[in-house]
Design a protein. Structure first.
Length: 363
């Protein structure tokens, strides 16, 4: 399962010792049982030292095979025996390949799920990772960037430092081991309204964190669907799929910054596809700050106009009468956070919505 023989064209080896501690791959509820029966995403569940974990291959078998064929054609692997050609491999500047693959090339078919902008050749984002040989070397970084950069994001935004992501236990070959957080957001669709409001508050604070907490970078998730958000035992929402991320270096001092870099980017629906989830990587990368994360949560998760079938009518559907009467601004704030119509931005309205939800009873 690990495909360790493909290393070092793999995700790393930091978790290989954990495999010796008898990881048990087994489902532990109905949802994980169905995932084992229909493993469409190459995601498996299990236990490690009495902790629930998720084991991910990070790619479909077809994608892994295509990657192997690509490195075969370049002479990096022996196509017959799949033995890595170390002598040739170490003559290659893999870090330059990493920087090439995270460039703002939005047209190429093999564009990485990780985009770093406005200056993709900046090494600042990867400096922290490259200093820690425990997790990734440059070949591992390149493999992850080409197949699925999620472990890179998990190592940058560490759960232990309060980021709304799962704990990352490491990689072994072509699997990674992460914390199992809990059920996804749609499982709480019929939960009591005040509990849903608590989760919604957590979502707004989470996107606030992704956008502003890091003094140098903003992280924009471009696949923030309800199924990719889990809720932990404390009812805090956690982003569990981090394959598609745009990282904007806010303090970019290069001379070739986009013309409108200092202005706020405001997301909007297109006339041709009203209420569809649409976004422009070019526009996000052309501005120091974007409201993209807030747009995703307010418009496509919380709002009655949500475009997601699994939470039809929005996650905050069916507001109780006592809440509507006690907090008459709730509906207005939610609508303005979804589609701003006044002088205040979506981010400003989201801040007010956070303050309002914080005032509500906890149960």
């Amino acid at each position: 399962m690990t495909d360790y023989d493909k290393c070092p064209a793999c995700f790393g080896s930091s978790a290989c010792t954990l495999l010796e501690e008898n990881i048990k791959i087994k489902p532990f509820d109905f949802h994980t049982t169905m995932s084992h029966i229909l493993p469409s995403k190459n995601v498996f569940f299990g236990e490690l030292n009495n902790k629930k974990i998720v084991v991910k291959k990070l790619a479909q078998y077809e994608e892994l095979s295509a990657f192997d064929e690509m490195i075969c054609k370049e002479g990096l692997n022996c196509c017959v025996h799949r033995k890595y050609n170390n002598e040739y491999a170490h003559s290659i500047d893999y870090f330059s390949r990493v920087l090439d693959d995270v460039s703002s090339d939005f047209i190429s078919d093999d564009t990485s799920g990780l985009i770093i902008c406005p200056n993709p050749r900046s090494t600042h984002f990867f400096d922290k990772l490259r200093k820690s040989s425990r997790y990734f070397n440059d070949i591992n970084l390149w493999t992850l960037v080409r197949l699925n950069p999620e472990p890179i994001i998990l190592e940058i935004l560490r759960a232990g430092e309060g980021w709304p992501v799962p704990r990352y236990y490491g990689a072994c070959g072509r699997i990674v081991i992460e914390e199992y957080v809990g059920l996804s957001l749609p499982a709480y669709y019929h939960a009591p309204w005040l509990l849903r409001a608590k989760i919604a508050l957590g979502l707004l604070k989470a996107v606030q964190m992704l956008t502003f907490r890091d003094p140098n970078f903003s992280y924009y998730l471009t696949d923030m669907s309800p199924d990719n958000i889990a809720v932990n035992e404390e009812y805090k929402p956690i982003f569990i799929d981090l394959e598609h991320v745009i990282v904007v270096q806010r303090n970019d001092f290069s001379n070739d910054k986009p013309e409108y870099f200092g202005e706020l980017h405001e997301s909007a629906d297109t006339i041709e596809c009203k209420n569809c989830f649409v976004f422009s990587p070019i526009d996000i990368c052309s501005h120091r700050i974007s409201d993209h994360n807030y747009y995703t949560v307010c418009k496509h998760i919380l709002s009655p106009e949500s475009s997601t079938e699994t939470i039809s009518g929005g996650f905050l559907h069916d507001v109780p009468k006592d809440i509507s009467s006690g907090y008459p601004d709730l509906k207005i704030m939610l609508a303005e956070c979804s589609v701003p119509s006044g002088s205040q931005t979506r981010i400003e309205m989201a801040e007010k919505l956070i303050e309002l939800l914080e005032k509500m009873p906890s149960d």
